[in-house]
Each structure stands twice: as C-alpha cells, then as structure tokens.
Design a protein around this ligand. Structure first.
Ligand code: AMP
Length: 162
C-alpha cells in the first residue's frame, strides 16, 4: 500500500445487526470513497472477546462489554483508504452515544449513555467499533482477518480520487 493509505477494523456490533442498520452504515463508508477490502459476519466467543478487548479485560465495565459483544453476530469489515483510521473514527463519533454529535454514526443512530447502561448493568449500546490508532488497526485487522480474507481490487475512486 502506498504511504498514507491505511487499513482499519470496523465492527458493526450486535445492536447494529439486530436493528437492521448494517447496510445504512456501510453506505456511509462507501459514500466517502473508503474501500471495503474484507467483510464477514462472525459470532465471537468469550475467548475471542478477551483477545479483541485485551486492554479492557481488567476494567469494571468489561463483564458487560463481553456479554454484549458475544450476544449475537457482528459484521467485521476491513476498510482501506487515505488516513482511514482517523477518518473512520471521525465518522464513528464519541464512544458514548449521548455525547456523539449528529452527523456521526453513533450520533445519528443512538443516544444511549454510560449512566443508563450502568444502572441497567449492561454495556453501552454504541453500534460500532473502530480501531483507535494505526498500530491497533494493524493488530485488529490481523486478529479478525486472515491474509486470504483481505482482497485487492481497484475501485473507481482509485481512478478519480486517490
Ligand atoms: P474502545 O476500545 O475505545 O472501542 O472501547 C471499547 C468499548 O468499551 C467501547 O465501544 C464501549 O462499548 C466500552 N467502553 C469504553 N469505555 C467505557 C466506559 N468508560 N464505560 C463503559 N463502557 C466503556
């Protein structure tokens, strides 16, 4: 990949799948010219959750986070584009939907809060995961996808945008 072109991991969490908003969210990434280079539906188990959320395993909210992420299938997407990590995080919005601005995915599709989730003993239902740094993006894409599941092809954007 040429410089500045990155891959990042997006997960459409069980709430996005069960609400039937997967297509709507994917369209947003396609609309800005980001390229889907890998995509699959996966129902992960506790062991895989601990690998994906390794930095959160010791935190108080981990139990409910794990319960949520293993509660149904997720759609995992490897997204490629210029500064893809930063651009996808910008489109995703703040982690807590209550704080996420309108126009972002979380701001447009949810309004859940940490306080409400804590009172109910559940995870905050925030629709999407997106890698937070280039370093984590590399690790997460490698955790969720084998090399064979990442595809190389040309889009029109590579002719007209890149
Ligand atoms: P992140 O690695 O930043 O995507 O965080 C992983 C997930 O943990 C977030 O998407 C939330 O679902 C959850 N999370 C992060 N921080 C908190 C927090 N302070 N309280 C409750 N849940 C959190």
């Amino acid at each position: 990949m040429p410089d500045l072109i990155e891959r990042t991991l997006v997960l459409l969490k069980p709430d996005a799948v069960e609400r039937g908003i997967v297509g709507n969210i994917i369209t947003r990434f396609e609309n800005v010219g980001l390229k889907i280079v890998g995509m699959k539906m996966v129902w992960v188990d506790k062991a895989f959750s601990k690998k994906h959320y390794s930095e959160h395993v010791a935190k108080a909210f981990y139990r409910s986070l794990e319960e949520f992420i293993i509660s149904g299938p997720v759609v995992a997407i490897a997204v490629e584009g210029i500064h893809a990590v930063e651009v996808v995080r910008k489109m995703t919005g703040s982690t807590e939907p209550r704080q996420a601005l309108p126009g972002t995915i979380r701001g447009d599709f949810a309004h859940h809060s940490y306080a409400y989730a804590d009172n109910k003993g559940t995870a905050v239902k925030n629709i999407i995961h997106a890698s937070d740094t280039s370093e984590n993006a590399k690790k997460e894409v490698a955790l969720w996808f084998t090399d064979k599941e990442i595809h190389t092809y040309k889009t029109v954007h590579e002719k007209h945008v890149f």
